[in-house]
Ligand binder design. Structure first.
Ligand SMILES: [Zn+2]
Ligand SMILES: [Zn+2]
Length: 266
């Protein structure tokens, strides 16, 4: 099992040390994990950067990597919170640091954190989705220095009432545009199992999006738990893998030094 979305206390919203996460992963029999701690530049009205110092990050990863090398493979990734004006800053960050893997996610819209600043509240659900997906497309159009797009339908997690989430057909045209762009760029998506933790009852992205991705010719996909605590590492991993198999995917992918490697799942 290869969990390619794991946080540690290098992320502001996670209090567990890398070593604690690694021990959790060993306990769950993971073959590899990739730390993907958050770097979110330019958030809120105060335009703060929620980030970590790469030098400290790589140093710590190196320590646990060698300490536990007999038990597990540990990789160094990052989850960047994209906004269209941050292209150059993220490019610089990624070009100047030896990340194995880069997840590009949308956590904020025009500096406003979707979760912390209640983006969906007071909006018609379809309006919130339209804004979010147009924003994601805008980000993708001008940026390709990433490996997978994180939790594509992340916004679903933050509706006050999940039953108000519009039917997929009402916004599938956005998703189609986004997935076509990802495929043209030679990039991939992830299946993020944390939707289960958020009681959505599905993975992010949902099965309709995974199916469309496959139909459009998408192949590159990683599996990630988005664990912020050791017990969630590998959460729903086997089920997610089974779903991918049922949808016709033959491989999942792992990344090392930004190169992708297929892992057969059939
Ligand atoms: Zn995220
Ligand atoms: Zn995450």
């Amino acid at each position: 099992m290869y969990d390619f979305h794991v946080h540690s206390d290098f992320s502001m919203d996670c209090k567990y040390l890398m070593e604690e996460m690694v021990l959790g992963a060993i306990d769950k029999n993971m073959k590899s994990i990739c730390f993907t701690d958050h770097i979110d530049f330019d958030l809120t009205e105060n335009r703060i950067d929620v980030d970590f110092r790469p030098a400290d990050y790589f140093k710590k990863i190196k320590q646990v990597k060698y300490k536990y090398m007999q038990d597990i493979e540990i990789l160094a990734g990052v989850e960047i919170g994209m906004q269209p004006h941050l292209n150059h800053r993220y490019n610089d960050l990624i070009e100047n640091n030896p990340f194995d893997f880069v997840i590009m996610s949308i956590h904020a819209i025009d500096g406003k954190d979707i979760f912390l600043e209640n983006f969906t509240h007071g909006k018609e659900p379809i309006e919130a989705l339209n804004i979010y997906y147009e924003y994601l497309y805008e980000c993708l159009k001008n940026y390709s220095n990433y490996d997978v797009v994180g939790h594509i339908d992340y916004i679903d997690r933050y509706f006050e009432d999940f039953s108000t989430i519009p039917d997929f057909k009402m916004y599938s045209f956005h998703i189609e545009k986004i997935l076509k762009t990802v495929i043209e760029q030679g990039k991939g998506i992830e299946i993020n199992t944390a939707g289960m933790r958020y009681k959505l009852g599905y993975y992010n992205p949902k099965v309709e999006i995974l199916r469309l991705y496959k139909e459009l010719g998408g192949e590159i996909i990683t599996i990630g738990s988005d664990a912020h605590s050791p017990e969630y590492i590998g959460h729903h991993y086997k089920e997610a893998e089974r779903l991918l198999r049922e949808l016709g995917f033959k491989y999942i992918y792992i990344f090392k030094e930004r190169k992708k490697f297929p892992i057969h799942i059939s």
